[in-house]
Design a protein around this ligand. Structure first.
Ligand SMILES: [Zn+2]
Length: 225
């Protein structure tokens, strides 16, 4: 992997292996990423309780949910997965990965999500587009590992932190996507504070792809890893 490959790579597993082997990701980011991948299945009529459990997994990733709470959410959702006929399916496997209390098998999550899509009728083109989308979100979460961006603490005033908290908490649900308008407010707050780092502003400005929990700029503002 080199910088050029990183920027255009559409193979989630290769990207994730690279990040892990260099210690450039975290258990938190990997679980949030797995949650995002699972949500790509929403068009396939995933039961509500299952989507709620994924929100619990995100809280767990952020240290705001106990292992017991995670297990309860998982058990409640499994009943619905059974009821809707997802037992022993790739959907079930992907969900089990997301809800696993210790460590997350993130590549297995991706494989199962894509397999589930295929089994539910998504064609080759659609799967290819999904790979691209998923890879882009890995970049959203990790930026460019060849050019680390370090946010100067002075660039984070109270307004900016508050706006970033709102971006993090007030998402478009159930997809779990950051609200573009809130991201723009963050850009304006940075500009008002005289902060002009184009790597940061350019990233927030980039609305062609999705920003999700784990977005490396919002994480930097909120001191999350
Ligand atoms: Zn982002």
């Amino acid at each position: 992997m080199d910088e050029q490959k990183w920027l255009s790579c559409n193979e989630p597993t290769i990207m994730l292996d690279y990040l892990r082997s260099n210690g450039q990701t975290s258990a938190r980011k990997l679980r949030l990423f797995a949650c995002y991948c699972f949500r790509r299945l929403i068009p396939h009529r995933i039961p509500n309780k299952v989507l709620q459990a994924v929100e619990f997994a995100e809280l767990f990733a952020d240290g705001a949910m106990s292992t017991a709470g995670l297990a309860r959410a998982r058990d409640a959702a499994v009943e619905d997965l059974d009821k809707y006929g997802f037992t022993a399916s790739a959907v079930f496997e992907a969900f089990s990965c997301v809800m696993a209390p210790d460590g997350i098998e993130v590549s297995r999550t991706v494989d199962n999500v894509l397999e589930a899509m295929e089994s539910m009728g998504d064609g080759e083109e659609k799967i290819k587009a999904e790979r691209t989308e998923i890879s882009q979100v890995i970049r959203d979460m990790h930026g460019n590992p060849f050019h680390e961006i370090v946010l100067n603490p002075a660039s984070r005033n109270e307004t900016i932190v508050k706006l970033a908290e709102a971006v993090y908490n007030e998402r478009t649900m159930p997809e779990g996507i950051f609200d573009p308008q809130r991201l723009m407010m963050l850009v304006h707050a940075f500009q008002e504070a005289g902060f002009e780092d184009q790597n940061v502003l350019g990233h927030l400005h980039h609305l062609d792809y999705m920003h999700v929990r784990g977005c490396f700029v919002v994480d930097a503002i909120l001191s999350k890893e």
